[in-house]
Design a binder for this molecule. Structure first.
Ligand code: TRP
Length: 354
């Protein structure tokens, strides 16, 4: 039984400001994974069209996500950093996947239901097909591991369903061409062209909540900018937002049990723990019994120390868009070479003449 070569792929949409939640939940994991893996990180600009077609500042948004990747420490020479639209093979494979995926599967996608809202007739066809393009993003490189947030788990299950149906439907074409390998799916041995992607969801990533309401996720669409720490916020802004963050009147508890029913305290302790690479219990053993007037300045120092350098580097990079574009072009070229190899094999499996 052979194995697919491990390959990490993930994507971030160029919409809205990146914030602390994106950093702790995604980008910081991307950085850690590059130590021991071959990684491809993509700014998914085609996906950005699914909810809203016209973006005044599309190019700036693409560059800003790229700048965040680079500033956080992703190495675009050892790995691949590019924007999706530079590799047309994503859209091409997505079309084939549109013909693999069943409408019933798409209808179960909870993110589509949420984003389309009540008036589904008015949602774009792209929003509906979004998970199929996402599957293509990953599988056009036959990537095996995908670091994402909990909210993307269902989309990755769909990617596995698409991969599995393709493998089974084309089985008689895959095997004789010598493409694909034997893998085990549960107890079943399957000859597969596409791997079964694994989500990388757990780890120390906390759910980062709004600084103004500890029961809501920190979000780029929250109308109050005070609710989130943006990666582009300078140290003054970080400090002001933490000072103004909502708390309750009590001192911090000494045990994590005591955070129950105190969402704002829980959130700030969680952010501290994530930034310091500690557990919440460790943070509370240090700060238990202390007031927020003591805890907040410590959190400000920590946040500024962790995010200040990233912020400064992002600003520096954003002043040289030509450099960012060159990084994306180089990544795009290398990504295209790999994606085209897959597409040629897929064309052969399907039987297209080329
Ligand atoms: N849907 C992902 C999100 O909103 C973004 C994305 C697009 C993605 N393609 C991907 C993530 C492929 C991982 C792999 O977060």
């Amino acid at each position: 039984m052979t194995e697919f070569k491990p390959l990490v792929f993930s994507g971030v949409q160029p919409t809205g400001n990146l914030h602390l939640g994106n950093y702790l939940g995604a980008i910081r994991k991307f950085v850690a994974l590059q130590e021991n893996n071959d990684c491809i990180y993509c700014v998914v600009d085609l996906h950005a069209l699914t909810a809203q077609l016209v973006h005044e500042d599309m190019a700036t948004q693409i560059r800003s996500i790229t700048a965040a990747f680079l500033a956080a420490g992703i190495d675009p020479k050892k790995h691949i950093v590019f924007n999706q639209s530079q590799v047309p093979q994503h859209a091409e494979l997505a079309w084939i996947f549109n013909c693999v995926a069943r409408i019933g599967w798409m209808n179960r996608m909870t993110q589509f239901k949420d984003k389309a809202g009540k008036d589904r007739e008015q949602a774009s066809l792209g929003l509906y097909a979004y998970p199929s393009l996402m599957a293509a993003d990953i599988l056009v490189y036959r990537a095996t591991h995908v670091p994402v947030g909990e909210d993307q788990k269902q989309h990755l299950e769909l990617a596995r369903d698409i991969a599995m149906k393709f493998n089974l439907d084309f089985h008689d074409k895959i095997k004789p061409t010598g493409l694909g390998i034997d893998i085990k799916v549960g107890e079943e041995p399957v000859h597969a062209y596409f791997p079964m992607v694994e989500p990388l969801i757990d780890g120390p990533a906390p759910r980062v909540m709004s600084l103004k309401d500890g029961t809501k996720k920190m979000s780029k669409s929250d109308p109050s900018d005070l609710s989130r720490i943006n990666l582009m916020d300078d140290p003054d802004a970080i400090s002001k937002k933490i000072r103004k963050a909502k708390t309750d009147p009590d001192a911090l508890p000494s045990e994590t049990e005591g955070l129950k029913g105190r969402p704002e305290a829980d959130n700030l302790v969680g952010i501290f723990a994530a930034l310091a690479d500690k557990s919440k219990a460790d943070v509370l053993s240090e700060f238990g019994g202390q007031q927020f007037s003591v805890f907040k300045p410590a959190l400000i120092d920590l946040a500024v120390a962790a995010l200040g350098p990233i912020n400064a580097e992002m600003r520096r990079l954003m002043e040289d868009p030509g450099h960012i574009d060159a990084v994306l072009r180089d990544g795009g070229e290398r990504a295209r070479t790999r994606a085209e190899k897959t597409m040629n094999e897929v064309r052969d499996i399907i039987g297209f003449v080329r």
